[in-house]
Design a protein around this ligand. Structure first.
Ligand code: ZN
Length: 419
């Protein structure tokens, strides 16, 4: 997987030009590291000086710090093309800090290690029906999987510098899971329950554990791994519940209280089926995995959520009429909701993730049909619907990537620890 870093130049000196020496070093480290992260090919020190406006001497000193801190490495030498020694390009290090991404979902646990270059180094998944377990017992199992991932990272010479945990629910301040309806969790203090389990090394300025909604982290995974140039999109995770991550100009839009993206509870038939949220006619009741399985005649098949989508895709591929009709209806309901979002936010890309990713060939046409019927500007501004680059389970990857992105954005925190 090629990592794509979408970087925004947000650093600037104060209006008076007065910048403390410490923060000047901090700014220079961040500017140079971001340049290396975002470059199409490994830049030389001279390239970096030209691109940043810093002097060659400053760039060299900064690069030396980054190499000493295992954030940057010299790429293999380029072939000789003429006289003199070819300049060595610089790349992100693959033996320094890494991020740990964890996911707890209805019927699986996942742990993922992503190194600074964006490569997924380890991705462990355990199937288990977590609904009968208490939150403490489910998180104990997750900690066991995290310990395996951590041991694998340490064997690679990596240091886990932070953890992001994806949960299928509403997350409040301090990682308190207010409600995860499909897990049956309410007001679960995840950081407290995981406090006895070492996850990542402490690094000042990098939170040791961030708990976030799985749709948000899956959207960050798509931002990390998706095609370059896709900075604004709607990422929809279709599982038993349906969540969305809204990415605007390279930034996840979380909403005022961090609870944006509950697309599963947009009404698509206001007088329709009752929903477990207390509303009626919510999208989840028509396009959620259980609704699709029921419509396809598979309600009693007792398929784990992570194999249900593959099973539906197999049946659709084979031309099973009930499955094709179920997916067409689900796609239409999804299209009604998507059209509303596109009308509101003027997005041009919709990414089908989670369990929707393998079903994209059948869901996309009805979604596009509803978009072209309902979006005011559809005649002039086309909308692309595509499967997620990471497919299902991008939340753990997105979580791990969000950790390494923090380091790229603020390398001084990591260097202070390393130094
Ligand atoms: Zn609902």
């Amino acid at each position: 997987m090629r990592a794509v870093w979408h970087c925004q130049e947000v650093i600037s000196a104060s209006p008076t030009g007065a910048v403390r020496q410490g923060s000047l070093r901090e700014l220079n480290l961040a500017v140079v590291l971001r340049r290396i992260a975002a470059a199409d090919r490994p830049p030389s020190r001279a390239d970096l000086a030209a691109g940043t406006g810093l002097t060659r001497a400053t760039v060299s000193a900064v690069v030396d710090d980054l190499i000493a801190g295992r954030l940057v490495a010299e790429a293999a030498p380029a072939p000789r093309t003429g006289a003199g020694r070819p300049a060595r390009g610089l790349v992100l290090a693959t033996d320094g800090p890494a991020g740990l991404g964890l996911e707890v979902n209805v019927d699986y646990l996942a742990a993922c290690v992503v190194d600074l270059s964006g490569a997924v180094r380890h991705h462990l998944v355990r199937r288990a029906d977590l609904r009968p377990l208490s939150p403490a017992a489910a998180l104990d199992r997750l900690a066991g999987l995290a310990a395996e991932a951590r041991a694998a990272a340490v064997r690679d010479g990596l240091t886990l510098a932070g953890t992001a945990l994806a949960v299928p629910g509403l997350v409040g301040d301090g990682g308190l899971v207010r409600l995860a309806p499909n897990l049956g969790w309410r007001d679960v203090d995840v950081p407290r329950l995981l406090a006895g389990h070492p996850l990542a090394e402490p690094v000042d300025g990098i939170p040791p554990l961030v708990v976030d909604n799985e749709a948000n982290l899956a959207a960050l995974g798509e931002l990390h791994a998706g095609p370059p140039g896709t900075a604004s999109f709607l990422h929809i995770s279709g599982e038993i519940g349906i969540g969305a991550g809204i990415v605007l100009d390279g930034t996840l839009y979380r909403g005022t209280r961090g609870w944006s993206g509950e697309i599963g509870h947009l009404p698509v038939q206001p007088q329709g089926r009752p929903c477990r949220c207390g509303g009626q006619g919510c999208l989840e009741q028509y396009a959620g995995q259980e609704a699709i399985l029921a419509a396809a005649g598979l309600a009693d098949a007792d398929l784990p959520a992570d194999t249900a989508a593959a099973r539906l895709a197999d049946l659709a591929e084979a031309g099973d009429p009930a499955t094709l009709a179920a997916l067409a209806d689900a796609g239409t309901a999804l299209g009604v909701a998507v059209a509303g979002v596109v009308n509101l936010l003027d997005l041009d890309t919709v990414v089908l993730g989670g369990g929707y990713a393998p079903l994209a060939p059948w869901l996309s046409p009805p979604v596009l049909a509803e978009v072209s019927r309902r979006v005011l500007t559809a005649a002039w501004a086309s909308v692309t619907v595509r499967p997620a680059a990471l497919g299902a389970r991008s939340a753990a990857v997105g979580g791990a990537a969000s950790v390494v992105r923090r380091i790229v954005d603020r390398p001084v925190a990591w260097l202070a620890r390393a130094g």
